[in-house]
Design a protein around this ligand. Structure first.
Ligand code: TYM
Length: 344
């Protein structure tokens, strides 16, 4: 029998590698969330053991209205399923329903140097500078520790995300390595899984900045939302920033490159193949084909979404059952960590 003080190490891998990822329920999902993350999760469900989280605790960092959080959680859960995640192949759960996330988050905060957190690009962008930073929520700074807890609790092998989350996954690895070197081999080191096309969708109104939920909230022309009606999609794409050239030609500007990338991702083409299809044609042709490709992908998602939202008891049942399945795994990891740091 092992001593109660011995450090238990990470359990062996199952048959398939495990993935964990999550999205914040702060505002409606946009095309970037879909192309960079959700679409890949759904397509690759058979290759992995899947855990997908609705990260409502993370959403509190921007202090949204409580009703917005409540409604966005259900909206996001329904969108996960409408985009192709299947509850019997993926554990789809709400972060705050598994208390181990917050508990491990605190332990990781205590093992993370402040300097690592202060260097995070997302923190620096969201917390602003000077007086603005003084008033920013402390959770914006410690956020990557909670995200690391999300990942490490499930012994995830891979974290499928868009390019903007690469730095956070790398920080997660650094924190895990630090704890492992201090307390024994308790965490599996996860790797980011970032797919080529669609990993960085840019703003339609400003293709030099990443498409983001917070900008979409104040500037509707910035992003296509997953629940936008087809006519709205068409208008937003028609208004997307391109450049002064009359036709698609090398070298393409950032706005045209963004439309080509969106089109390529939706049609499963490379950027070069998409370019070859439109070389010499007007921007109008590219925009019209891109809007068609988006609407073709979103129409079935929206139809499934409406069906799912019409049966809220079913959705709540899925979330409750999944939270239990998630907690089984998460609680075992938490206990291992608590013992290793001297809490039990
Ligand atoms: P969030 O909610 O900002 O974004 C969710 C997912 O969408 C991807 N994404 C994009 N991909 C391509 N182009 C874009 N313009 C674009 N914008 C967003 C993101 O990379 C992400 O994969 N911190 C995370 C949520 C999180 C998480 C986790 C992720 C919390 N815990 C654990 C993975 C594992 C976030 O804010 O994502």
């Amino acid at each position: 029998m092992s001593s109660p003080l011995a450090v238990e190490s990470v359990p062996p891998r199952g048959e398939r590698p495990r993935v964990l990822s999550g999205i914040q329920p702060t505002f409606q999902l946009h095309l970037g969330n879909y192309l960079g993350a959700l679409r890949h999760w759904a397509r690759e469900q058979d290759s992995f053991e899947n855990y997908f989280c609705i990260v409502d605790l993370h959403a509190l960092t921007v202090v949204p209205d409580p009703d917005v959080v409540r409604n966005s959680v259900l909206e996001l859960a329904a969108l996960y399923i409408a985009c192709g995640l299947e509850p019997d192949r993926s554990v789809i759960f709400v972060q705050s329903q598994v208390p181990a996330h917050a508990q491990l988050g605190w332990i990781l905060e205590c093992h993370t140097p402040l300097g690592w957190l202060e260097r995070m690009t997302q923190y620096r962008a969201k917390a602003g500078t000077g007086r603005e930073r003084e008033r920013a929520a402390a959770g914006l700074l410690t956020y990557p520790c909670l995200m690391a807890a999300d990942i490490l609790l499930y012994n995830a092998d891979y974290v499928p995300v868009g390019d903007d989350q690469r730095q956070h996954v790398e920080l997660c690895r650094d924190v895990a390595q630090r704890v492992n070197s201090l307390r024994g081999d308790i965490f599996r080191l996860p790797e980011p899984l970032i797919r080529g096309t669609g990993a960085r969708v840019m703003g339609l109104d400003d293709p030099t900045t990443k498409m983001s939920k917070s900008t979409a909230l104040t500037k509707p022309a910035h992003a296509v939302l997953l629940l936008d009606p087809p006519e709205t999609v068409r208008k937003k794409i028609a208004r997307a920033t391109t450049d002064a050239d009359p036709a698609v030609a090398e070298p393409v500007g950032p706005g045209v490159a963004n439309l080509l990338d969106i089109y390529a991702a939706l049609r499963s083409l490379s950027r070069e193949e998409a370019f070859a299809e439109f070389a010499g044609t007007s921007y109008g042709a590219l925009k019209s084909a891109t809007a068609d490709a988006i609407n073709g992908a979103l129409e079935p998602v929206q139809a499934r979404y409406r069906t799912i939202r019409a049966d809220e008891p079913w959705l709540l049942g899925v979330l409750a059952e999944s939270a239990e399945r998630a907690a089984d795994v998460a609680d075992a990891t938490l206990l291992r960590v608590q013992r290793a740091v001297g809490l039990r």
